[in-house]
Design a protein around this ligand. Structure first.
Ligand SMILES: C[S@@+](CC[C@H](N)C(=O)[O-])C[C@H]1O[C@@H](n2cnc3c(N)ncnc32)[C@H](O)[C@@H]1O
Length: 344
């Protein structure tokens, strides 16, 4: 069956990559039918439909998931809607919502919603009512250029958590912590599964560990600064996350009794004017060498580095290879490079 995922458009490649990572982590088979700007259209076996709630619980850069029952173009939309047997889908109350993917499209969404709603009502009659507040069937219609996709919404991804847990709202705050949304998507890129172990060796205030803990990973966090270690513990406890080992360690000398399944980390970028980040580059290189012994052979690392650090050059001296990269422009003078790597 065809499932459409409406994606965040805050980044070109990361939302699609995160979704792919989550589907793979949750063992949900899929085939890519089409990619549009802001929407992925995938084929998913019918018997996996009830497992999509595990995707809903993990993704940070997807907004909505709906099942496609009408796949047409703007010229044939009305006739397709007239032909569809709406009584098979709607029992009591419903709402139709239209979303234009390009603002420039010359379509009045409100008028179209009314027109579609009217056709459905004429077909089924008084047995069903329109309920715009809290409908039992929410029919999503998406207009992408000429193409139109339509069907019942399965999930609207809740985003409240990502606002409630912004770094400055946690009990321990220190500048430089990454946003929960980016931290969650980095965790998802590693394909970590519930119950597996994830390490952040530069854990800072624990932002990455919180997101991994929420999706059920067992956590290992280390930092050279004891203030960060106690702050991370305070933040994890605030989020009711209990399955963690957090302690003080220099990543270059870190030893663990068991190898971890994934590493997600955001090393310090400090650019001192004289060295232009040379110390951070050196530290990152040494961290990667240390991680060779700490991660399982099948494990993935997801690393955030600044654009001026030659990450490809650093990886070349290690057992890892970069398999995926995303560039996120933070401001005029900083682009974050998100690299996913595994042992080659
Ligand atoms: C950019 S911050 C991490 C921010 C973190 N992602 C967060 O959300 O708060 C980098 C951290 O690396 C730590 N650090 C610096 N050198 C280190 C080393 N050699 N070993 C371990 N941690 C180190 C710093 O104390 C700092 O907390």
């Amino acid at each position: 069956m065809e499932i459409a995922f409406i994606l965040s458009r805050e980044h070109q490649t990361l939302p699609k990559a995160e979704l792919k990572g989550v589907l793979e982590a949750e063992n949900i088979p899929f085939k890519i039918k089409n990619y549009f700007n802001g929407l992925s259209l995938l084929k998913i076996p019918e018997n996996c439909l009830n497992r999509l709630n595990s995707v809903e619980k993990r993704v940070s850069l997807t907004h909505e998931i709906f099942r496609v029952i009408i796949d047409t173009d703007t010229d044939n939309l009305i006739s397709s809607i007239e032909k569809y047997q709406w009584k098979d889908l709607i029992d009591s109350d419903y709402a139709v919502r239209v979303k234009k993917m390009e603002k420039s499209q010359d379509i009045n969404t409100l008028e179209l919603e009314r027109e579609i709603g009217g056709i459905i009502k004429d077909q089924i009659g008084d047995r069903v009512i329109v309920n715009l507040e809290n409908p039992s069937t929410f029919i999503r219609t998406v207009i992408l250029d000429e193409k139109v996709l339509m069907g019942p919404r399965l999930f609207k991804i809740p985003k409240k958590h990502f606002f409630d847990l912004k770094p400055h709202k946690r009990p321990f705050f220190y500048p430089g912590s990454m946003s929960p949304k980016l931290a969650r998507s980095m965790v998802n890129l590693t394909r970590i599964k519930r119950g597996e172990k994830l390490l952040d060796p530069f854990c800072g205030t624990g932002g990455i560990l919180i997101e991994a803990g929420i999706i059920g990973a067992r956590l290992v966090g280390t930092d050279i600064d004891p203030k960060m270690v106690s702050g991370t513990i305070e933040n994890l406890q605030h989020c009711n996350i209990n399955d963690y080992e957090v302690f003080r360690a220099d990543v270059r000398k870190l030893n663990l009794p068991h190898k971890v399944d994934a590493v997600v980390t955001d090393p310090p970028y400090g650019i001192s004017a004289s060295t232009r980040g040379e110390e951070s580059r050196e530290l990152c290189g040494e961290a990667l060498l240390s991680l060779e012994h700490l991660i399982k052979d099948s494990g993935r690392i997801c690393l955030a580095t600044p654009h001026y650090m030659d990450i490809q050059g650093l990886v070349e001296g290690t057992k890892f290879e970069i398999i995926e990269q995303h560039h996120i422009r933070m401001h005029k003078s900083l682009t974050r490079v998100i690299s996913v790597m595994k042992k080659s």
